[in-house]
Design a protein around this ligand. Structure first.
Ligand code: ATP
Ligand code: MG
Length: 332
């Protein structure tokens, strides 16, 4: 059976973008395939994280997975740093990937802005650690948001170069799985930027743990144009903020954006935004309540992560050992 791997960084609280672009898809994939979902804490520290905040965010991402319906008896759930093979294979891939490849990564450019020289070396190299995360399990399917497409393509390049350089057919070519209406949920204040948990202002994102009033307020203040909703989805082509809210509505209610536009054709924002807020609250409130309940018992979350890490190691360690052998490392 095909193996699925994906992860989320504990770099802050989970957003609606993480939920719709990643977690909801992880849950949908579970059961039909072998699924491995990670809290990628080694990636989080590519930018500064206060240690207590990091511990808390790691447990919160795990709680978000569990509360959304990931079942540790069906999926392997763990945090990356407990499986040291990730860092080890990441090093090998640092020696396979080329500097020129990293220079083309748009996410580094976006995150670094004008300050590339001041960023950590880890932030620059992080796509090769991500390649290790995936290939360490010989995973072939990687459900991600649109922003991660380039990194999964780089993973394919790294796998191909490794196989070519060492004349083996060892690492498979993984495919990004990017589908549905919410592959790139946009920032509520700026329709040209994606919603991110590490974004500057809390008003630009919906957090999975926001309460009903906060969700209503954030959608109410979300930037839009003054026009009502059009008659057809094509009418949103040049209206990124409006289209974003329609896409969010579609993803939350599991219908197509075209169906949402048909239902709300001609409606003004005073009608659509409260409906969207109610929908979001109805989907997120049960999850955030469960997350809060789980966060009261961090030891139980840690237990689930440790058990998942044991199962992850059982797959990863032999693949790492074989990799070392291919590369020519002397071992036992
Ligand atoms: P950060 O700002 O720290 O990078 P993030 O919100 O981008 O945080 P990540 O941990 O980098 O979250 O990404 C986790 C998963 O969520 C990835 O699959 C990513 O593609 C997806 N994702 C993140 N933001 C969005 C978004 N706005 N829309 C859809 N998917 C998203
Ligand atoms: Mg990100």
């Amino acid at each position: 059976t095909p193996r699925v791997f994906s992860g989320i960084k504990p770099s802050g609280g989970l957003t609606l973008g993480n939920y719709l672009g990643a977690i909801k898809k992880f849950v949908a994939t579970q059961g039909s395939m072998e699924t491995i979902y990670c809290v990628v804490d080694l990636h989080a520290i590519t930018v500064w994280q206060d240690p207590d905040d990091l511990r808390n965010a790691t447990r919160e991402v795990a709680a978000g997975y569990l509360a959304s319906g990931l079942d540790p008896s069906q999926s392997i759930l763990f945090n990356q740093s407990q499986v040291s093979a990730h860092a080890e294979l990441g090093w090998i891939f640092n020696c396979v990937a080329r500097v020129g490849w990293m220079n083309r990564m748009t996410q580094f450019k976006e995150k670094a802005g004008k300050n590339a020289e001041k960023q950590s070396l880890g932030l620059y190299a992080y796509p090769s650690l991500m390649a290790a995360d995936i290939l360490l399990y010989h995973a072939t399917q990687v459900p991600v948001g649109e922003d991660q497409k380039q990194h999964v393509e780089l993973t394919r390049d790294i796998a191909a170069k490794f196989n070519h350089d060492y004349k083996v057919d060892f690492f498979p070519q993984p495919d990004p799985v990017i589908d549905g209406p919410a592959t790139r949920v946009m920032n509520l204040r700026d329709g040209t930027k994606k919603m991110s948990k590490s974004g500057q202002s809390d008003m630009e994102r919906i957090n999975m743990t926001d309460d009903a009033d906060t969700i209503a307020k954030k959608f109410k203040k979300a930037r839009t144009d003054p026009e009502p909703l059009p008659e057809t989805y094509d009418g949103l082509a040049e209206r990124p903020e409006a289209r974003n809210l329609v896409d969010i509505y579609a993803a939350l209610s599991d219908v197509t954006p075209a169906e949402v536009v048909t239902e709300y054709a001609g409606a003004g924002w005073g009608q659509f935004k409260p409906a969207l807020a109610d929908l979001a609250v109805s989907k997120l409130a049960p999850i955030s309540e469960e997350m809060a309940r789980m966060m009261d018992d961090p030891a139980e979350i840690d237990r689930v992560l440790a058990e998942g890490a044991d199962r992850a190691r059982a797959i990863a360690d032999p693949i790492l050992a074989k990799t070392y052998e291919i590369v020519g490392m002397v071992g036992r």
